[in-house]
Design a protein around this ligand. Structure first.
Ligand SMILES: Nc1ncnc2c1ncn2[C@@H]1O[C@H](COP(=O)(O)OP(=O)(O)OP(=O)(O)O)[C@@H](O)[C@H]1O
Ligand SMILES: [Mg+2]
Length: 286
């Protein structure tokens, strides 16, 4: 079964073509790593699948139907995530907020709503921390609660926009493992966007790489190659494999690392990631 299909899709934003000639078909249960430099179009592609950006040309289908807003089959974690204003809010109430509001439309949580909150908290192994205020939780723990929110209503397709942003490597690994185990146990289809390939190497079935207005979908061995990436970055790329890790280099520059700042630490690359920053900041321009 095809969960997400793009057929000859062209997308323009503010009069600029961001993606063109995009064709892809993603099957049920696949874990897809969505990769590409700043401004390559990862967020745009996810928002188009949500029906938030109508394509200028071509067709986008989710579970066989034209992409449209408010599809309950999709769970979406946006890139610029709303940090709850009130950090004294408990994780439980944070998750209950979406059960209460957007998806279920119930003014008060009935027993069904409460069961749903308990169910998703258990899925992300957050039952024990759900009664503590958000202020007390680590970035990784809050990320688990965000994931619980996304699972409300049992979506079939998860669109996760940079869930690893501003997490340290050990927390990154925890989030990746959690998403992968949910994907396997619930048969979910996952599109997981990231700047770095390596944290996803062990779990993704295929990679969807965007750049230069194009997209390439295939296995790591098919896509993470010098010809494909040179085309997508618009510059000569070298792929270096070292100790089970893969480095995508343009000359001496590591494309993943250098577009993201050194490591991630001490870089103002937080939750807020404005389009102003990404505009014209395409890795290929660097
Ligand atoms: N509303 C908009 N109007 C005009 N251009 C936009 C708009 N939103 C995004 N863009 C442009 O579209 C391109 C793709 O942006 P997008 O946010 O999809 O990239 P991305 O791959 O998610 O980047 P990042 O890694 O920085 O999150 C960028 O050049 C961006 O500046
Ligand atoms: Mg983005």
């Amino acid at each position: 079964m095809i969960v997400l299909a793009f057929r000859d899709v062209e997308i323009a934003l503010g009069g600029r073509t961001v993606l063109e000639g995009v064709n892809l078909a993603i099957g049920q249960g696949e874990f897809i790593g969505l990769l590409g430099g700043n401004g390559a179009g990862k967020t745009t592609l996810l928002r188009a699948a949500l029906g938030l950006i109508p394509p200028r040309r071509g067709a986008i289908e989710v579970l066989g139907k034209a992409a449209s807003r408010g599809n309950p089959a999709i769970g979406y974690m946006p890139q610029s995530r709303a940090v709850p204003a009130n950090l004294r809010l408990s994780g439980h109430d944070f998750v209950a907020g979406v059960v209460d509001g957007a998806r279920w439309g119930l003014p008060l949580l009935g027993s069904e709503g409460r069961r749903e909150v308990d169910r998703v908290l258990e899925l992300v192994a957050a039952s024990a921390l759900a009664h503590r205020p958000l202020a007390e939780l680590s970035g990784g723990e809050r990320q688990r609660l965000l994931l619980a929110q996304v699972l409300v209503g049992s979506p079939k397709l998860l669109l996760l926009d940079e869930p690893l942003m501003s997490l340290d490597p050990s927390h990154q690994a925890g989030v990746v493992e959690l998403v992968a185990s949910l994907q396997r146990s619930l048969g979910l289809t996952v599109l997981f966007s990231a700047h770095e390939l390596n944290p996803l190497l062990g779990v993704m079935n295929r990679v969807l790489f965007v750049g230069n207005r194009q997209a390439a979908l295939g296995t790591v061995d098919e896509v993470i190659t010098e010809p494909v990436l040179s085309r997508l970055y618009g510059t000569r790329i070298e792929v270096v494999r070292l100790g089970g890790r893969i480095f995508v280099m343009a000359g001496a520059q590591d494309m993943a690392r250098d577009t993201h700042g050194c490591g991630d630490h001490g870089h103002a690359h937080g939750q807020e990631h404005s389009h102003e920053h990404s505009h014209g900041d395409h890795a290929a321009d660097a």
